[in-house]
Design a protein around this ligand. Structure first.
Ligand code: ADE
Length: 246
C-alpha cells in the first residue's frame, strides 16, 4: 500500500528528489516466534484480535537506534483527533515523524500509553488498517514542505490554508454544454478577480462547511460579504451538496 504512494505522484517525486525520506517497517520483523505473530486474543474476552505491544516497542526502539528519537510518534486509529490542515502544517515542521499503523480490532493500550505522543484519525469511519490513513497523512504533510509542490503559491492558496474552502476554478474552453465562465475571470482586472475569488470561497464555505467559519480568520470585508450573503438562500449558486442518501 505504501510502496505505491512512494513510487508515484507528488510524494514519489519528493522521495526521488531526496526532499523527504519515508521508511516502511514490517511489524512481523520485530516478532520472535516462528509464525511471526503480531496479534493475540483480548484479555477479558470478546471478539477480534488485539495487536501485541512487543513488536511496536521493538520497532520504535530500532527506529530510535537508527535515526534518533522521533519528534512525534502518532498512532493511527479512529479514536484519534480528526486530521485537519492545522495538524498537517504542524507535522510538516517536525524533522522526524513515526506513524504507527494497526490492523485487527485494535492496539494493546500500552502501545498508546508508552509510545504514542498523539493519535490521528483521518475521519469518522473504520478502515481495515492504518496504512491508508498513514498514506493520507504522509501525502498531506509532504506537499506542505518547501519544493515538494512545484508551485508554492498554489499550496498557499488552496482550501483550508486560510481556514476556508477553495474558490471555483475555470480553464478553457470558454463554453461547454451551454456552461460559460464567469465574466470577471476573463476581464483581466486582477483586483476584481481576487475579490470574486475570496467572495466565492466564502460563499462555498458558508454553504457547505459553515463550521469552518467559526475559526477562520475573517477580516472586515469578509464579514461584510458574509452578512450580504445572508440575504441569499444557501446553495443558490451551487448544485446541492448533501451527505444524505436518497
Ligand atoms: N485505522 C482504521 N480506521 C482509521 C481511521 N479512520 N483513521 C486512522 N486510522 C484508522
Amino acid at each position: 500500500m505504501i510502496q505505491a504512494l512512494l513510487r508515484d505522484g507528488v510524494v514519489g517525486r519528493a522521495v526521488t528528489a531526496g526532499l523527504i525520506e519515508v521508511g516502511v517497517h514490517d511489524l512481523r520483523d520485530f516478532t520472535d516466534d516462528r509464525h511471526r505473530t503480531v496479534d493475540d486474543v483480548p484479555y477479558g474476552g470478546g471478539p477480534g484480535m488485539v495487536l501485541k505491544p512487543e513488536p511496536f516497542f521493538r520497532a520504535v526502539a530500532a527506529i530510535r537506534r537508527e535515526n534518533g528519537r522521533p519528534d512525534v510518534v502518532a498512532l493511527l486509529s479512529p479514536q484519534g483527533q480528526v486530521f485537519r490542515h492545522e495538524r498537517a502544517s504542524r507535522l510538516s515542521h517536525h524533522a522526524h515523524v513515526v506513524l504507527l499503523c494497526g490492523r485487527y480490532e485494535g492496539f494493546d493500550e500500552r502501545i498508546r500509553l508508552a509510545l504514542a505522543t498523539e493519535e490521528i484519525s483521518i475521519g469518522d469511519y473504520v478502515l481495515s488498517g492504518g496504512e491508508l490513513a498513514a498514506a493520507v497523512v504522509v501525502d498531506a504533510v509532504a506537499r506542505l514542505l518547501p519544493g515538494v509542490v512545484g508551485d508554492a503559491e498554489s499550496v498557499a492558496q488552496e482550501s483550508f490554508v486560510d481556514g476556508v474552502l477553495d474558490y471555483p476554478h475555470y480553464t478553457r474552453p470558454a463554453e461547454i454544454d451551454g456552461l460559460g465562465v464567469p465574466e470577471v475571470l476573463r476581464s483581466g482586472h486582477h483586483g476584481e478577480i481576487q475579490r470574486w475569488r475570496r467572495r466565492e470561497a466564502l460563499r462555498r464555505t458558508r454553504d457547505r462547511r459553515p463550521d469552518l467559519l467559526e475559526h477562520a480568520p475573517l477580516d472586515a470585508e469578509a464579514r461584510r460579504w458574509l452578512n450580504e450573503l445572508e440575504d441569499e438562500p444557501s446553495g443558490s449558486s451551487d448544485r446541492e451538496q448533501s451527505d444524505e442518501c436518497d
